[in-house]
Design a protein around this ligand. Structure first.
Ligand code: ADP
Ligand code: MG
Length: 371
């Protein structure tokens, strides 16, 4: 490489370093480290009260860190107010000005920023096209559907031309079908405008639909982060497995360690699981997870009762019909309930409650969690 080579790597949009935020005795964030690349659609996912909003608002400058730093595009902005940062926040639909038209709502921020009215309205109209609101310029918010109002909020934020858009539960007020539609629209919108989106939600389907990458946030900690697909298919932490997807969670003790895999005693069954680089010791309590759609169900007929390391015996409880799929609930000898989820009507010869059954899976389908 010659010394005239120009660095093309952009600084990350967001770097959060050792960030803690306390509200009095409440530790809302504990030593969080996180990097978000420019142009990413990034989701903060986790249960209510976990610290997602606090993290988003600290990135946006609405909260000061108790400890640690927030760098935006490589610059430490930990102590700058929101309007001095390259961020803008999308608020809920009900935060629109009710007496103003859509065009006035969208152009308001530009006018406040000193841009002349004609130019502001031209820019606002262009952004309304981008979010699918052309033709609605003269309507008042109450003449719009919930989804349209949410689009006005998006246009109002995007028109300010900041590089990082912060969205806190942006779809929470919408009904289920509209939320699904808007999810896809948000994803396409982000691809169209190309700026960084940071989206907070407690809804895993919403997260999976929109995200390039997801960070799990719970109890003030950043538990795990990764590509949306990896978080779903290959969760490392027990919390992630229990929060994302529909995982069966099993507790057991390591009964044997051998090379790339180990054996775990779960209610007397010896289950073989790949270690995937994790360290375990004989006798150690561990957790296992397996997604319900990767568990198959068959009748236990005596001839298949010998354990093969990838199956477990139980007694059939009930079928829960969910339309496209059916969940078969099976009770293990230790009282734990497991679920096998199949396409509806895929199981012929359905067992009746109390029948002995075997749940089985492909060897790589089950995952080990040591924390
Ligand atoms: N302004 C505040 N004052 C005191 N406690 C707060 C405040 N805001 C949030 N909290 C607390 O901080 C924790 C994290 O809250 P929050 O960031 O809103 O979580 P989430 O968005 O994941 O639901 C919760 O225990 C919440 O009660
Ligand atoms: Mg919140």
């Amino acid at each position: 490489m010659s010394e005239t080579t120009i660095a093309t790597d952009k600084a990350p949009a967001v770097e959060v370093k050792n960030l803690s935020k306390h509200y009095g005795p409440v530790k809302a964030l504990r030593n969080v480290d996180l990097t978000i690349a420019a142009g990413e659609y990034f989701v903060l996912l986790g249960p209510s009260g976990g610290g997602k909003t606090t993290l988003l608002r600290t990135i946006g400058g609405f909260h000061k860190p108790t400890e640690g730093q927030v760098l935006l595009h490589g610059r430490d902005m930990s102590h700058l107010p929101p309007d001095k940062r390259p961020t803008t926040m999308v608020f809920q639909a009900y935060a629109l000005f009710p007496h103003m038209t859509v065009l006035q709502n969208v152009s308001y921020g530009l006018k406040v920023a000193g841009i002349d009215r004609k130019q502001a309205e031209e820019k606002a109209a262009a952004m309304m096209d981008v979010v699918g609101l052309s033709g609605f310029a003269e309507r008042k918010p109450h003449e719009l559907s919930g989804g349209q109002q949410q689009r006005v909020q998006l246009a109002r934020a995007l028109v300010l031309d900041r590089d990082i858009l912060l969205l806190d539960e942006p779809l929470a007020a919408l009904d289920a079908q509209l939320r699904k539609d808007m999810c896809l629209e948000l994803k396409h919108l982000q691809e169209k405008v190309g700026i960084t989106f940071i989206h907070v939600t407690h809804n895993q389907e919403e997260a999976m639909t929109v995200a390039d990458r997801i960070a799990l946030v719970a109890d003030g900690n950043l538990v795990e982060h990764g590509k949306a697909r990896d978080i779903y298919r290959a969760p490392v932490k027990k919390f992630t497995a229990s929060f994302v997807g529909e995982n069966n969670m099993l507790s057991g003790r390591v009964s044997d360690v051998n090379g790339v895999s180990c054996t775990v005693d779960v209610a007397g069954s010896q289950l073989v699981v790949q270690k995937r680089g994790q360290q375990v010791a004989h006798g150690q309590p561990v957790d296992l997870s397996i997604r319900s759609e990767l568990v198959q169900l068959s009748r236990a007929n005596g001839s298949n009762n010998a354990g093969d390391g990838h199956s477990i015996l139980g007694s059939y409880d009930e079928a829960v019909y969910l339309g496209l799929t059916t969940s078969h609930l099976v009770r293990l000898p230790n009282g734990v309930e497991m679920t096998s989820r199949t396409i509806s009507d895929a199981v012929d010869d359905l067992p009746t409650p109390g029948d002995p059954v075997r749940l089985h899976w492909q060897p790589e389908a089950i995952r080990l969690h040591t924390s």
